[in-house]
Design a protein around this ligand. Structure first.
Ligand SMILES: Nc1nc2c(ncn2[C@@H]2O[C@H](COP(=O)(O)OP(=O)(O)OP(=O)(O)O)[C@@H](O)[C@H]2O)c(=O)[nH]1
Ligand SMILES: [Mg+2]
Length: 317
């Protein structure tokens, strides 16, 4: 039995070290196929809860508060914190590590921080793998935190089944969120720091905007007020998460979501493969003067595509 087999065996016995080890191997692209093939049959049952929002909105504080609740209920928690602006990877992003200290010694909480490694598609790919390994390792609650409200965060949030958008009162967050197109991805809105003034107003603003946009009639995103400082609203947030999970399952949305996620994920892999092949072919195409000057790039793309197909056929023969 090779080393990977041994680690997989230990993963299925819910050995924390195996979770860490297999995540590193997959991230380094060592035996990725073998690992993911073994892991996959043990995944797909747990819904992933994503938490996004502007920097400092209290995402990590909420993750920690939710983790505390879930642990009290006896479930184990896997947390992935993605920071597209951070070059760090593997280890913990310092701030998160400090804040999550209360769970650091808890064997039933597994925290993984990820920074940019290569391009963004790479990060979404890696995050999807990490979530699956955690699920196969027996973590029954999966939380995914990502900072920001830009395109890259939305890409990460598509990995989640339930998306929580966290905003703060008195910051103009509401307006920013609309501009960033984040209203559309929110299943639940949280107004955190509700101990500060202006939260009712922000709640009204969000509800008004929800009324105006062509929302999904079957699910109207609730707006939950929380204060991690005053330990308020977190249980209500957990109840709304459970309600959304139940909605996904009972309405059959879960399946549709799963198909959409699969499509995105396959495309990310395909995109990576095509890009790699294209990058290796391009210099040769240029130097062979196969491409005449002044040719329309769209036409060149068609030529390149047929060359790529030929290469692929040669490889498969
Ligand atoms: N007043 C108040 N402050 C809070 C509350 N929750 C969190 N904070 C504070 O807000 C700051 C940011 O909290 P984090 O949980 O790190 O926020 P975050 O969204 O994870 O931050 P990034 O990951 O850096 O984007 C910290 O100083 C927290 O102590 C709250 O309910 N009320
Ligand atoms: Mg954070």
């Amino acid at each position: 039995m090779n080393g990977v087999q041994e680690w997989l065996k230990r993963l299925f016995l819910q050995d924390r070290r195996a979770v860490a080890k297999l995540i590193s191997l997959v991230e380094d692209n060592i035996e990725r196929h073998q690992i993911m093939r073994a892991v996959l049959p043990r995944t797909g049952n747990t819904l992933v809860t994503g938490i996004t929002g502007p920097p400092g909105a209290g995402k990590s504080s909420l993750v920690e508060a939710l983790t505390k609740l879930v642990r009290e209920q006896g479930e184990s928690v896997g947390i992935v914190a993605v920071d597209p602006t951070s070059p760090l990877t593997g280890g913990a992003i310092l701030g998160d590590r400090i804040r999550m200290q209360s769970h650091a010694t808890d064997r039933n909480v597994f925290i993984r921080s990820m920074g940019t490694r290569g391009h963004l598609g790479g990060m979404a790919k890696a995050t999807a793998d990490v979530i699956r390994i955690m699920e196969a390792g027996g973590y029954t609650t999966l939380l995914l935190e990502t900072v920001g409200v830009g395109q890259s965060e939305i890409e990460i949030m598509h990995l989640a089944d339930t998306v929580i958008v966290t905003l703060n009162p008195g910051t103009g967050d509401g307006i920013q969120a609309i501009k960033a197109g984040i209203m559309e991805i929110a299943d639940i809105f949280v107004i955190n720091k509700a101990d500060l003034p202006g939260s009712e107003r922000l709640k009204n603003d969000i509800e008004m905007m929800l009324g105006m946009t062509g929302q999904d009639k079957a699910w109207r995103p609730p707006v939950v007020l929380t204060s991690v400082y005053e330990n308020r609203g977190v249980d209500q947030l957990q109840a709304e998460i459970k309600r959304h999970h139940a909605f996904l399952r009972s309405s059959g949305r879960w399946k549709i979501k799963w198909q959409e996620q699969l499509q995105r994920e396959v495309w990310r892999h395909l995109n990576g493969q095509i890009q790699e092949q294209f990058n290796s072919l391009w210099p040769k195409l240029l130097s062979d003067a196969a491409i005449a000057e002044g040719t329309d790039p769209g036409q060149i793309a068609e030529q390149v595509w047929s060359v790529m197909m030929e290469e692929m056929k040669k490889k498969n023969d």
